[in-house]
Design a protein around this ligand. Structure first.
Ligand code: HEM
Length: 148
């Protein structure tokens, strides 16, 4: 079961983080340069159909994996419970940030998207991308120590 959960979690991570990296690194600079609101809408609408289910899979499999490692909510939030609990709390913090930034973009920024508000949208995309990379780095830290 753990292998299937990890497979789904990793597939979701490739879609969520990979999609944001493609958006931030290849599409966003062009959109900002050409003030091309239509292209951004086009990408967002297509990506949302895959990205939102991927995020949902991440949340379900992530909570499940965390429960396998520490089967007690009290331990997740106990500051003395050790490094695994710290990583679970970090993942939950990143999830909260993701929901806040995504909701602000979806309900406040995207409905009023225009050439003038494109830079604001750009900052949301950069923030989401950095958070999605932090998700991957935190996830890896359950298995490997960075030793830097
Ligand atoms: C978009 C969101 C997320 C991304 C991109 C992501 C990404 C990753 C990655 C790449 C790994 C490494 C897997 C491995 O070492 O084989 C991982 C592990 C893990 N993630 Fe996530 N994750 C996300 C959300 C979450 C959430 C919401 C939780 C819930 C607390 C969570 C809990 C875990 C746990 C417990 C592991 C360790 C699994 C293990 O080593 O057995 N993740 N994650």
């Amino acid at each position: 079961m753990t292998a299937i959960l990890l497979l789904l979690h990793l597939l979701g991570a490739t879609i969520w983080t990979g999609g944001h990296l493609v958006l931030a690194v290849t599409i966003l600079p062009r959109v900002l340069k050409d003030r091309d609101v239509a292209s951004l809408h086009w990408f967002e609408q297509g990506y949302e159909r895959l990205g939102m289910p991927a995020l949902l899979v991440q949340i379900i499999t992530g909570l499940w994996l965390a429960w396998q490692k520490l089967p007690s909510l009290a331990l997740w939030f106990d500051p003395g419970a050790g490094p695994i609990a710290e990583l679970v709390r970090l993942k939950l913090m990143l999830l909260l940030l993701t929901i806040l930034v995504a909701a602000h973009a979806r309900f406040r920024v995207i409905p009023r998207l225009s050439p003038a508000t494109l830079p604001l949208m750009g900052w949301h995309i950069v923030a989401m991308t950095l958070i999605s990379v932090a998700f991957v780095a935190t996830g890896l830290s359950f298995r490997v120590s960075w030793g830097i």
